[in-house]
Ligand binder design. Structure first.
Ligand code: T3D
Length: 265
């Protein structure tokens, strides 16, 4: 049997590929566990300074594997809150809390929780042929895995509601134009661009990236005053790092910086 998640450890970054292509990489519990294990290794590894998440085959991820737990075959209604609590919510929280950049290369359709897991990543690149579908209403559910949060924050209530209620397939180009993702790229350039980003991050000031993530994520709930305080605290921390010292020296000496990515000396 193939691995349901392929974990490649490259120089300075890791590539994680969801690998159930015959089901458009829909999640079952085995795939959830494998992805969690891979992300935990990335989190713990000092060698891994960026993560690149993608899918095998023609889809990125079609959300929950609906064949895995057919409600018509069960005696009583399944507790979907349990799946969220045990799997999707910890996954979203891990992606957000990861102290290194997580790039998502959306290689094809991203539906249901699959779309929202992509949106939980820090930088989302999508192949022009990819579509983002809040498929939940088609099966009588509500958007989960952060969907109501990402859609509302990035797009506002009008577009959020329309996408969620109609399950309209949003093209990668519209997703980029609407500010839901970073970029739509030609299909044959997707991995090249995603890898170039990961390689750049692998040589970057990793701790500053972690602090930047933290600051930007805090901004969505803070007032300006609170956010200025967050910036003061995090900049103070960044200013104590070797990477800051190195960045300034390199600039003044007109040479490329050599960042270690470490928190401090
Ligand atoms: O615990 C909980 O359940 C709570 C959590 C819920 C989170 C969720 O994600 S709920 C939403 C689940 N996802 C969906 O409802 C999407 C279902 N899939 C689709 O609507 C379509 O497949 C797509 C729009 C994504 C793609 O359409 P298309 O025409 O490009 O492909 P296809 O032919 O429909 O799918 C290809 C194969 O993948 C097909 O299998 P087959 O016929 O070749 O043997 C299809 O059944 C399978 N597949 C696609 N999505 C799923 C799936 N199998 C199981 N689960 C899926 N989600």
């Amino acid at each position: 049997m193939n691995d349901v998640v392929i974990h490649e450890r490259r120089d300075g970054y890791h590539v994680i590929t969801l690998n159930r292509p015959d089901r458009l990489n829909a999640f079952n519990e085995v795939q959830h566990h494998a992805l969690r294990t891979a992300l935990e290794e990335c989190e713990a590894s000092g060698e891994c300074r960026a993560v690149l998440l993608t899918g095998a085959g023609r889809g990125f991820c079609a959300g929950q594997d609906l064949a895995d737990r057919d409600p018509a075959m069960l005696g009583e209604a399944p507790d979907l809150g349990r799946t969220l609590e045990n799997f999707y919510n910890p996954l979203v929280r891990k992606l957000r809390a990861m102290e290194k950049p997580v790039i998502c290369a959306v290689n094809g359709v991203a539906a249901g929780a699959g779309a929202n897991i992509a949106l939980a990543c820090d930088i989302v690149l999508a192949a022009k042929s990819a579509r983002f579908i809040q498929a939940f209403s088609k099966i009588g559910l509500i958007p989960d895995a952060g969907g109501t949060y990402w859609l509302t924050r990035h797009l506002g209530e009008a577009r959020a509601k329309a996408l969620a209620l109609t399950a309209h397939p949003l093209s990668a180009e519209d997703a980029a134009a609407w500010g839901l993702i970073w970029k739509a790229v030609d299909d044959d350039k997707l991995m090249e661009e995603a890898v170039a980003l990961a390689e750049g991050f692998a040589k970057g000031p990793t701790h500053a990236y972690a602090l930047t993530k933290k600051a930007i994520q805090a901004a969505s709930v803070n007032s300006l005053d609170e956010q200025l305080d967050v910036e003061r605290a995090l900049q103070r921390e960044a200013g104590r790092s070797d990477d800051y010292k190195e960045g300034v020296s390199a600039f003044l000496q007109k040479r490329p910086p050599v960042f270690t990515g470490r928190k401090s000396g």
